[in-house]
Design a protein around this ligand. Sequence first.
Ligand code: ACO
Length: 315
Amino acid sequence: MSGIKIRGTGKGVPAGVITNADLEGLVDTTDAWITSRTGIQLRRRCDGQSLTDIAVQAGRQALTRSGVTPEDIGVCIVATLTPDTLVPSAACCLQRELGLPEDTLCFDLNAACTGFLYALHTMECLLAKSPRKCGLVVGAERLTRVTDWTDRSTCILFGDGAGAAVAEWREDFPSICAVLGCRGDQELLRLAGPGAPEPCYIQMEGRKVFKFAVEVVPLCIDQVLAKAGKTVEDVDFFVFHQANARIIDLVVKKYHIPEEKYYKNLARFGNTSAASIPLVLSELEEQGKVGPGSRVLMVGFGGGLTWGGAYVEFA
Ligand code: ACO
């Protein structure tokens, strides 16, 4: 035994909204196509807000909901591929804004859309060695900064947002049994860094990523359940990366997961990469659908390629 449970969650929702009608004015697309092929109707955009602003909003709410003070935090990880600045990292900015102790381990982690799950596993490992046993995991993105607004195959998908969870490590808590993977691939999904000769936009082979997703999500579910010694029936809620409603629909059909055991918010947020899973967790907690004792299975996939799953309980 020994592992983490989630004490509380929070979200940071940017003020700006991009509708499908807005996109009809930018590229050759229609509301009907976007809705039927992706399930997305709106995405949020940071207008006059930074990534740090929305990450702080999410982090602060997670601290309040969990009843944990900044002084209790030993580790702070921000999963993101769109920090405001590479240095200082988003996690360092959070240290300052939230008043975390100066000996808090603060760093950013990039595993694209799987970032939150990579970060949660990393948190479980690090809290075991930390003098303070609570940690803050944030997934935050400003994907609208790295979106090519002339490419109809990608600009319809992405949005900005942040989600956060406060985790507590205890010797008598079960492990989250994370299963994480990576297959280095330059072709299917790519975002160049600063100084690269190519533009800094997300480029994606959507159809191939879709195929990858519908193969890897069931694999993650099976592997996490086996590692945790659980069955589908033991899970109170399934939380999937919100990339495309059709991917979620295929998976829930395959596992006969009833409607009341999963959640989709991508109609309102689009794909927010590392923020998507904690945004769902936060809305579930807000609506009283998860709380102390709830057992949640999360699955994510994305650029890298990366993928992952974890089984976590709420404290
Ligand atoms: N409006 C209208 N038509 C469009 C649009 C659009 N916005 N985009 C593409 N099309 C057209 C294509 O040009 C193509 O036309 P053609 O048949 O004449 O060539 C047709 O629609 C079908 O294109 P597909 O790419 O096959 O469309 P698909 O149904 O696969 O949907 C989508 C595309 C939405 C991108 C889908 O493939 C998808 O969601 N893929 C997964 C993406 C994902 O999960 N990414 C996660 C990682 S993101 C990260 O890590 C940051």
